[in-house]
Design a protein around this ligand. Sequence first.
Ligand code: PRP
Length: 481
Amino acid sequence: MGSSRSSHYLALKQIAKVSNSAFSLRKICNSIAKTTAKAMGANGCRVSLLDPQKEYLLTVGTHGLSDLYLRKGPLDAHKSLPEVLDGKVVVIPDATKDERVQHPKIAETQRVCSILGAPILEREEVIGEIRVYTREPHQFSEADKSFLTSVANISAVLLERAELHQLLEKGYRVNEEQAKLVQMPQLPTTSLRPTEFAHPSEEEFARLLDFYRIEWLYEPRSFPLRWKGGEIAEMFTPDFYLPELDLYVELTTLKQNLITEKNRKLRQLKELYPEIKIKLLSKGDFHKLLAKYGYSPLGEAKIEGVSRILYSHSQIQRRIRTLAKRISHDYAGQRLVMVGILKGVVCFLADLMQHLSLPVTVDFMAISYYGGDDGQVVKITKDLDSSITGQHVLMIEDIVDTGMTLNYVLGHLLAHNPASLRVCTLLDKGARRLTNVPLDYIGFEIPDEFVVGYGLDYKGEYRNLPFIGILRAELIKEDKL
Ligand code: PRP
């Protein structure tokens, strides 16, 4: 095995050329993996991308790795060479003995020995990584490390360009502040998913998961089911893995002979790998599954008015836990009065208070709006039940839009001389702000769209959706006619 500066140079030339070609992203990444492995005299290479939550590594291009090695299970970004995710180039001299390797047993059977990994950095942020693998023990040189870093740099530009391209195709405005838009939270979680599906029903299933913003990995793991003379004689690769639910899913059609065969494999899998959760799902079962996990208890009909889900139930809950931790820390040793304005705040306030490790009391206000001479005027229709004088008050809002409501209510509360007064809002629609209001805790900054669900309504409806979605533009337009 050997590599030289001239082979590195020729490889970089080839990689730059293919990166600028019109091939699909997957094809380009496979080609980068092949050229890189060859130039370094390595046996395999994998280009992976971090999912938006930075929890999993998704393969976007490979060369020379066995199917079983590739499908050894979802790669947990924090367990799998975490130093690469800190932005460092990492050398693993022997993957079978190294505790930094997530699946050392499979590395051994699949003859993976030395690994060199480099981060793919977009500006200073790690967005993925590139790794080369050798079958025999290998010492990587400084030239190898610098070559792999250059390949990672080219890949970063390519991946960023591919992402912008996909955003354009999806109708996002990427003309002004592109970099900002790429990081906006409402982007589809799967914007760069490179998957080619084996069956149209799988693609349909992936679309449904995307709609509900449920993270998924396609065929991430193969389970050996039968061995013959030390060799694997039969394997089973479930169609999907849903990390949030820690669940593997195999889709099934109505063909009875296929169902029987799949059931047999599932039974075998459960016997051999009792810790694995797996479900055989038909199209109809899917909504039952979603209902069970709290995604769509209303079924399909009610969410017809929603064009896209902005934040899933679990994303909201994750964010609430983080906010609650900060609030509990900031108010440690104090009592807190939470004040909510009816009605939109009910879901958020109820969930937030359950995660606060503080003594808390809760009070509500209700207000109405009427047209005055100089625009809308806010009027209190239900005031606080208890005095807040000398108390630490945290005002809770579901959404701050123009800021007029909050501005008025804060003035009212301050007149009662609380010991302190801060604001926590789940959603901040900064684009429509008319008055400057202080926001101390913000769940999500959202774009200028009409949002419903999780307490927020449109004409009194949609409050009971367990997620936050964007209302179909046609509905509002029809209303304005
Ligand atoms: C929403 C929300 C805020 C307010 C924010 O209430 O709960 O209180 O609007 O808007 P602003 O920043 O433009 O003042 P809404 O009037 O929809 O009543 P609801 O809470 O009963 O849904």
